[in-house]
Design a protein around this ligand. Structure first.
Ligand code: GLU
Length: 280
């Protein structure tokens, strides 16, 4: 149990306009931070320079403020754990990468997506993608030479049950090697992958509870392995149900009509949007 003062975070990626689904999850994060008398951090998860856009980063801060969000640390107001934009935190990710490499936790993989697809006999379609079949996995952990232009993968402990008690969904259990495979921590285009950057930042920023969408439950299992490998205490997790549109499709940034920006431009007030957020 973590008895440190509560620190929560909002961690949007500026790859599009925020929609009502993000807002609802963030609202729960804000309420939990407030109820605990804690601190809320805003982090700009702009690590993916190809997809992240400066204009979206500015828009997300503006939209969040408009809707009534308040944070105590962030890219706009600073704080003791900055910088608060992932694009400025590369040194942290490199240090973690080196630790994983020195510990023999990761290995370079030269497989393309197509290679992985072809090697997997029963394709595991859907959100989480394919389970990596281990083609480039070295026989002995640690027995690898650094590869150039490789995806670096974390070797998961096959068969181990990764368990945690989620604040929203209760007890969870995922089996490494069955529910998820060796995952990428550093991409071949020299960008730290989501799993690594988020763990490094949540740990470095002293986050005590991560509140986010239920689509990331399985990623939490992966991230728990990274916390363990890096020797950092893991935060608590609270996953929120996702909002679907009228036809049952999960909201995504492409649902422009439900973006906070579009609703605001159509004259909705923050109170109206918050009321709508509560219905989902
Ligand atoms: N920036 C990530 C996203 O928007 C954060 C996810 C998380 O909460 O870990 O998907």
């Amino acid at each position: 149990m973590n008895s440190a003062p509560y620190r929560g975070r909002l961690a949007p990626s500026p790859t599009g306009h925020l929609h009502i689904g993000h807002a609802r999850t963030f609202w729960i994060a804000q309420q939990r931070a407030e109820a605990a008398g804690g601190v809320l951090v805003l982090r700009n998860d702009d690590i993916d320079a190809v997809r992240a856009k400066m204009a979206f980063a500015e828009a997300m801060i503006e939209d969040l403020r408009w809707l009534g969000f308040r944070w105590q640390e962030g890219p706009d107001c600073g704080g003791p754990f900055g910088p608060y934009a992932q694009s400025q935190r590369r040194l942290f990710y490199e240090a973690a990468f080196k630790r994983l490499q020195a510990g023999g936790w990761i290995y370079p993989c030269h497989c393309t997506r197509k290679d992985v697809r072809q090697a997997v006999s029963a394709p595991h379609a859907g959100e989480e993608g394919l389970i990596y079949p281990g083609t480039c996995r070295p026989i002995a952990p640690g027995a690898v030479l650094p590869g150039e232009k490789a995806n670096w993968r974390f070797r998961v402990p096959d068969g181990e049950g990764i368990e945690f008690v989620d604040g929203g969904f209760g007890p969870q259990r995922f089996v490494a090697g069955r529910d998820f495979g060796d995952f990428v921590v550093w991409r071949h285009d020299d960008v730290p992958a989501y799993q690594l950057s988020v763990v490094v930042d949540d740990a470095a920023m002293g986050i005590t509870e991560v509140v986010r969408g239920a689509d990331l439950l399985l990623s939490t299992a992966r991230q728990l392995l990274l916390y363990r490998a890096l020797g950092c205490p893991a935060p608590a997790f609270y996953h929120c149900p996702l909002i679907c549109d009228a036809s049952g499709v999960r909201l995504a940034k492409r649902h422009d009509a439900l973006s906070l920006r579009a609703m605001r431009e159509q004259g909705a007030t923050p109170e109206e949007v918050r009321a709508k957020m509560g219905e989902g």
